[in-house]
Design a protein around this ligand. Structure first.
Ligand code: ATP
Length: 253
């Protein structure tokens, strides 16, 4: 693995929180031969916010989709809470790891917001009463309960984002991955999403992995930043370690 750029000041001297996900991906190659990620090692610990940052096409979304087994390494392993994930076991992951996609339209399809948010819990085997409770609780956490009877298609971009997050939260996952959660949002909605991400960790003990181009957001809320370049993690550490590393910031794309 080419780790020559990895920041050696990383956090080996800090107490290690419990590891939830460990991805060791020698490569993920798409059917057309494009390499999405390679030589990449990525860990998610209990109760942390990780920001994955990098240029367009650097592999952020590909990495996120490995977190819940939506994609599997062509060569390599994923371990989630001690279980090795393969095509047979990946379904077990879906209740523990939820992904909110970059385009909310990819996720919303039911006739009403409530149906949409209840879909995941019902799919996990909750009865209608339990699914209703889980959906309403998730919508309340996001301050979006007044949207329950709306048609998802007609929501604003910010509302769609909130409902997409609610749909994942209602499944009570331990980890949530958010792909570009604040892109296309006005400052007010971006601020709501930022607050929600912090609360997911602080009040609900959920670990959050976000892929973002917004370095200010990453610096404000992440416990750890991973910089991805051309499919590999080239540096990781606390925001202060990453953003004061001028050598790293001056590296060309
Ligand atoms: N379905 C696919 N088929 C073929 N190649 C793909 C596919 N999805 C992604 N890729 C390729 O994999 C590489 C990584 O793409 P990825 O979408 O993970 O990057 P990203 O960092 O999320 O980009 P962006 O910031 O633009 O969303 C790119 O070269 C991309 O062209």
């Amino acid at each position: 693995m080419d780790r020559k750029y990895i920041d050696s000041v990383s956090d080996h001297y800090r107490p290690r929180p419990h590891e939830l996900i460990h991805i060791d991906c020698a490569s993920h190659t798409y059917p057309d031969g494009s390499i999405g990620i390679h030589d990449l090692c990525f860990r998610v610990h209990e109760n942390e916010i990780i920001a994955v940052c990098g240029a367009n096409g650097s592999g952020k979304s590909t990495l996120l989709e490995h977190l819940n087994g939506l994609l599997l390494p062509s060569k390599g392993n994923i371990n989630v809470m001690g279980q090795r994930i393969d095509s047979r076991t990946k379904k077990d992951l879906w209740k523990n790891v939820g992904i909110v996609f970059q385009r909310s339209d990819d996720q919303l399809f039911a006739p009403t917001v409530l149906d949409d948010v209840m879909f995941g819990p019902l799919n996990l085997g909750m009865n209608r009463g339990e699914a209703w409770d889980a959906a309403m609780k998730a919508l309340r956490v996001l301050g979006a309960e007044e949207l329950i009877n709306k048609i998802p298609n007609y929501l604003s971009g910010g509302q769609k984002r909130l409902v997409s997050i609610a749909g994942i939260l209602a499944m009570k996952p331990k980890i949530i991955a958010l792909d570009e959660p604040t892109s296309d949002l006005d400052p007010k909605h971006a601020e709501i999403i930022e607050k929600v991400i912090c609360e997911l960790k602080e009040k609900h003990g959920i670990s959050v992995v976000l892929a973002t181009h917004d370095l200010d957001l990453a610096a404000r809320i992440a416990d750890r930043i991973c910089i991805v370049k051309k499919g590999s993690v080239i540096a990781e550490g606390r925001p202060s370690e990453i953003f004061y590393n001028t050598k790293l910031l001056e590296m060309p794309d």
